[in-house]
Design a protein around this ligand. Structure first.
Ligand code: SF4
Length: 391
C-alpha cells in the first residue's frame, strides 16, 4: 500500500549539538537499554568496564533490560568529561538505546501516513521550530507499508484542516485566530456527539472567515470583557506549583530562573498579581518580542501539527482547545515574568522558557487531564471565560 511520510524542514535541519547543548538530554532521564544492546555493550572491549557501573540490570522486559545509572548531578554514566557519549564515540549509533537513538525525533500516524516532528523539550529543536526561517516547509515522500490503521473521523480531519487554515490567515491577529478556533471547536464537538452533521463544520468555518473579513470577529473579541483575574491567578498559581512538584532533574536549574522571575512579580502587598503579569507583558515582553512577532504563530502552528489537534490525549475537541489555551497562557506568563525581571528578553530566554516548560509538562503523565479538571474548578468552562486567558 503506498502511503506518505511528511517531514517539515525543522526536522530535516535538526542536528544534535551534543556537548554544546545548554540542557542535555543525557541528564536526569530514565534511559532504558534493550537486552541485545545491553549484552553487546557488556561485551564491547572499550565499554565493558564502564558499563559495569553505568548500567544496572532491571529486567523489566526485553526492551527495558537495563537502565542507565545517573551520577550525582543526574548525568548518564556514559558521558565523558567533555559531555560526549562514550557509547556513541566508541561503538557508534547502533549500540545506543532506542530513546538515545531517536530523541528528540517523534512522529504520529494518521490514516497510514507518518508525520515527523521534534520534541520542544530539546533546546536545539526549540530553536529550529521557533526561530529558524522556513522551519515549516514540508516535504512529502512516498513510502510503502501494509500496516493496519484506523481512519481519522471526518470531524477530526475537518477540525484540524480548518484550524490550520485559520492560523494561516494573515488577516487575523492571534487573539482572533484563537477565538475563531474556540468557536469552531464548539461546532466540532456537536458534530462529534452526532448532534449536527459534519457539513456544519464547513459552514461554521466559512462563517468565521466572513466574520474575520468584515471585522466583526474583532468586535466580538473586544466585547469579551469578563473579569477573570481571580480565576487566572488561581489557575496560574496551581499550575506553576504543580509543575514545580517532582520536577525532572533535567531542566531543574533552568526552571529556577523562571521561578525567581515569577517570585519578583508581586503587587504592593507582596502577593502575586495577574495585573502585574499583564503589565509586565505589555511593558517588557511585547517590546522585546517585536523582533519575533511571529513567535506564537509558529508555536501554535507547531502545536496543531505536532499534536494532531484536536485529537489530543483522548480529550474532547473543546477540552483540547482549553489545554492549548493554558499552554499559551503559561508561556506568556513565564515570558512576561522573565522580561520584567531582566528588563529584556533574549533569544536564549525565549528558548529556555519554551523548552523548560515543555520538559516539565512532558514529565507530567496526566497533564491534560489535570488542566481540564483545574479549569472547571476555576470557572473556565465557557468560551468567553477561557478566551480571557489570552489577554
Ligand atoms: S537535548 Fe537535543 S541538542 Fe541537547 S543533547 Fe539532547 S538531542 Fe542533543
Amino acid at each position: 500500500m503506498e502511503k506518505s511520510l511528511v517531514r517539515p524542514s525543522f526536522v530535516t535541519n535538526f542536528n544534535c549539538i551534543g556537548s554544546e547543548c545548554e540542557d542535555s538530554c543525557c541528564y536526569g532521564w530514565n534511559i532504558y537499554v534493550d537486552k541485545q544492546s545491553y549484552k553487546k555493550t557488556m561485551a564491547h572491549p572499550e565499554l565493558k568496564d564502564l558499563a559495569k557501573t553505568a548500567l544496572k540490570k532491571v529486567k523489566k522486559g526485553d526492551s527495558s533490560w537495563a537502565k542507565a545509572v545517573l551520577g550525582e548531578k543526574g548525568a548518564c554514566g556514559f558521558l565523558d568529561n567533555n559531555q560526549l557519549c562514550q557509547i556513541h564515540a566508541k561503538a557508534g549509533e547502533s549500540l545506543l538505546s532506542h530513546t538515545c537513538k531517536t530523541y528528540p525525533r517523534m512522529s504520529h500516524m494518521k490514516d497510514g501516513d507518518r508525520y515527523e516532528s521534534l520534541s520542544l523539550s530539546c533546546p536545539e529543536a526549540a530553536r529550529k521550530i521557533l526561530l529558524q526561517p522556513n522551519a515549516f516547509h514540508f516535504e512529502r515522500m512516498a513510502v510503502t507499508h501494509n500496516n493496519q490503521f484506523e481512519a481519522t473521523p471526518l470531524w477530526a480531519q475537518k477540525a484540524h484542516d480548518c484550524s490550520i487554515q485559520l492560523l494561516l490567515n494573515s488577516q487575523l491577529e492571534i487573539s482572533h485566530t484563537l477565538t475563531a478556533i474556540g468557536i469552531l471547536m464548539k461546532t466540532v464537538e456537536a458534530v462529534k456527539q452526532l448532534k449536527q452533521n459534519s457539513s456544519s463544520i464547513d459552514a461554521m468555518f466559512q462563517q468565521l472567515v466572513a466574520l474575520a473579513d468584515s471585522g466583526e470577529l474583532k468586535q466580538q473579541v473586544e466585547s469579551f470583557n469578563q473579569d477573570t483575574d481571580l480565576q487566572k491567578k488561581h489557575a496560574f498559581t496551581s499550575l506553576h506549583l504543580w509543575l514545580n512538584t517532582n520536577k525532572p532533574v533535567r531542566g531543574r536549574l533552568r526552571f529556577e530562573q523562571i521561578n525567581q522571575a515569577v517570585s519578583r512579580i508581586v503587587d504592593e502587598e507582596g502577593n502575586f498579581s495577574v495585573k502585574q503579569l499583564d503589565n509586565a507583558w505589555q511593558q517588557h515582553a511585547q517590546p522585546a518580542l517585536e523582533k519575533h512577532a511571529d513567535l506564537f504563530n509558529r508555536y501554535l502552528f507547531y502545536y496543531l501539527y505536532h499534536t494532531n489537534f484536536p485529537l489530543v490525549d483522548k480529550l474532547s475537541p473543546t477540552e483540547a482547545f482549553r489545554v492549548m489555551m493554558v499552554d499559551y497562557f503559561m508561556l506568556r506568563c513565564y515570558l512576561a515574568a522573565i522580561a520584567a525581571d531582566k528588563q529584556a528578553l533574549t533569544e536564549h530566554d525565549i528558548i529556555m522558557c519554551f523548552q523548560v516548560y515543555h520538559t516539565s509538562r512532558q514529565h507530567k503523565a496526566n497533564f491534560s487531564k489535570y488542566v481540564v479538571v483545574l479549569l472547571n474548578k476555576c470557572g473556565f468552562d465557557e468560551l468567553p471565560a477561557i478566551l480571557t486567558l489570552m489577554a
